[in-house]
Design a protein around this ligand. Structure first.
Ligand code: 13P
Length: 250
């Protein structure tokens, strides 16, 4: 059966020393969690944090990787480089990358393929804007995002994808989707994965919720049958907050 997961997305927060301190503290307090715990850090933290989390209950991921394998792409970081740090995961398709860095479905498709080819597991984000939700288009939007970047994969490769539903209107706004709103669309997402890959693959796909998830609302969200955990932004930056969300699985 699918895994329960709490993943942190540090975004562009914490300098190297602060990141090392946060990762160190997390390894000290997160022991025998009832879910997989992943922290996704800025690129420059990866190699240092990999050494810190090694042998602990915490796994490591990046927040992005390049859409090219290698070569003259100044400033880019390849999937192979991410993997070589010891990281096992990469977040792709985050709405902040789609919006601010103009990452299209085609670019994301390349990134997903390179990540998988280099042995990384992908946390693939999908989710609608406020305008799209108000127009009742959320199902259409998430379906198109899946079709545009990951539904080309073989069933075997799709098995290495974790999905994260993150309604854009709930990210960093303090406005969480209600657990019923989240469950409704998570169930829909699972149904279209089942249509594409069959029920067994769908049942094995972890679908995380992201968007103002906190220790106070995590138990209710995680209590829903199709919500398999969370992708956490702001609340992953403080040990007590992140630990509180992990403990929602207890
Ligand atoms: P917040 O938890 O800060 O709303 O961010 C969610 C997110 O974007 C995680 O990827």
């Amino acid at each position: 059966m699918r895994k329960k997961i709490v993943a942190g997305n540090w975004k562009m927060n914490k300098n190297l020393q602060e990141g090392i301190a946060l990762a160190t503290e997390l390894t000290e307090v997160v022991k025998n969690p009832n879910c997989d715990v992943i922290i996704c850090t800025p690129f420059i933290h990866l190699a240092s944090v990999a050494g810190i989390v090694k042998g602990s209950a915490i796994e490591l991921g990046a927040e992005n990787c390049a859409d090219k394998a290698s070569g003259a792409y100044t400033g880019e970081v390849s999937a192979e480089m991410v993997k070589s740090t010891g990281a096992a995961y990469v977040i792709l398709g985050h709405s902040e990358r789609r919006e601010y860095y103009h990452e299209t479905p085609e670019i994301l498709k390349e990134k997903v393929q390179l990540a998988l080819a280099n042995g990384l597991k992908v946390i693939f984000c999908i989710g609608e804007s406020l305008e799209e939700r108000e127009a009742g288009k959320q199902n259409e939007v998430v379906k198109a995002e899946l079709e545009g970047s990951v539904f080309n994969l073989s069933a075997e490769d799709f098995g290495k994808i974790i999905l994260a539903y993150e309604p854009i209107w709930a990210i960093g706004t303090g406005k969480t989707a209600t657990s019923d709103q989240a469950e409704e669309i998570h169930a829909y997402i699972r149904s279209i994965v089942a249509e594409k890959y069959g029920q067994e693959v769908a049942d094995n796909t972890s679908i995380l919720y992201g968007g103002s998830c906190k220790a106070s609302n995590a138990p209710e969200l995680f209590g829903k049958p199709d919500i398999d955990g969370g992708l956490i932004g702001g609340a992953s930056l403080q040990v007590a907050d992140f630990k509180g969300i992990i403990d929602a699985w207890n």
